[in-house]
Design a protein around this ligand. Structure first.
Ligand SMILES: [Zn+2]
Ligand SMILES: [Zn+2]
Length: 288
């Protein structure tokens, strides 16, 4: 299995994804996983695990990762999933633990859309509603950054120090969505969660190409490239990372289709899994 690695200045995203086969992403900082695919060695040291939904191309790796953590002596990890499947996730994991005659160390918490998880050091994860065929969540990775209060910009250091001594609050906190991960979803997500268009990096599934597959995409709760094209003007992201492509399509076909249907797309287009050289060529083509 090839692992794709992407760098966005301070942020590293690695993972692997193909529809109905595997989807997992590890993001550092803060050190978390969105989904677990069918299990990956690289996920074993990750303490914060966010499951988008129960389809096995996203969830099967869960007992594997917990089992490997046991084997290598890691402490308890925190596992989050949509609230309606909490019991099923617990049963699934506990069945594996019983099979191995061990106890896995984890805390499991079911989440609803909007129920934030604080991870420390200014990082948090906020789940949001998506449009899939069973209970599912997407996740925003949010970073809070402190900066000088806008009203005080332009004042010199001595004046700022004087105000601070006098008890005035001179900084304020701004939140930035660094990554939005949509899990598996159909086009309803664009109305359910318009904030995803503002995320710095948008990890978005695009499972199907070809007009004959538009009905299938809707039926199985996935995005078709035509659904993205209908939103082309709204993507204000720094990078649009397309994932979860059906194995019936080649990665190059996805890039060609997006470039053909969305010639004025503003974010950098990244087809997850594509060779890095191809990404560079795409960038050059955009500039030229
Ligand atoms: Zn999937
Ligand atoms: Zn799914």
């Amino acid at each position: 299995m090839t692992v794709t690695k992407l760098n966005f200045k301070n942020l590293r995203i690695e993972g692997s994804s193909r529809a109905a086969d595997r989807s997992w992403y590890r993001i550092q900082p803060p050190g978390l996983a969105f989904d677990l695919g069918r299990g990956a060695q690289r996920l074993i040291g990750t303490d914060e695990l966010f499951l988008s939904h129960g389809h096995l191309d996203h969830a099967l790796g869960l007992p594997y990762v917990l089992s490997q953590r046991n084997l290598h002596g890691f402490g308890p990890c925190r596992l989050y999933c949509p609230r309606p499947i909490r019991r099923a996730v617990e049963n699934f994991v506990e069945a594996a633990a019983a099979l191995e005659e061990v106890e896995y160390r984890y805390q499991l918490r079911g989440l609803e859309a909007g129920e934030r998880v604080e991870l420390g050091h200014g990082w948090s994860v906020e789940p949001f509603a998506v449009d899939h065929v069973l209970p599912s969540l997407g996740y925003h990775l949010i970073q809070a950054r402190r900066s000088l209060a806008p009203a005080l910009r332009g004042l010199d250091g001595a004046e700022l120090a004087r105000r601070r001594r006098a008890g005035e609050r001179i900084d304020h906190t701004e939140e930035h969505i660094e990554v939005s991960y949509c899990g598996d979803t159909a086009a309803g997500v664009f109305d359910l969660e318009p904030r995803l268009f503002e995320a710095r990096v948008l990890l978005l599934e695009c499972t199907f190409l070809g007009s004959e597959l538009e009905t299938k995409a809707r039926q199985f709760g996935h995005l078709h490239v035509a659904d993205l094209a209908a939103q082309a003007d709204r993507f204000a992201n720094e990078a649009l990372v397309l994932t979860h492509l059906s194995r019936r399509h080649r990665l190059e076909e996805l890039r060609q289709e997006v470039e053909r249907r969305m010639p004025n797309l503003s974010p950098e287009l990244i087809v997850f899994g594509e060779h890095p050289n191809r990404r560079q060529q795409g960038k050059r083509a955009q500039r030229g």
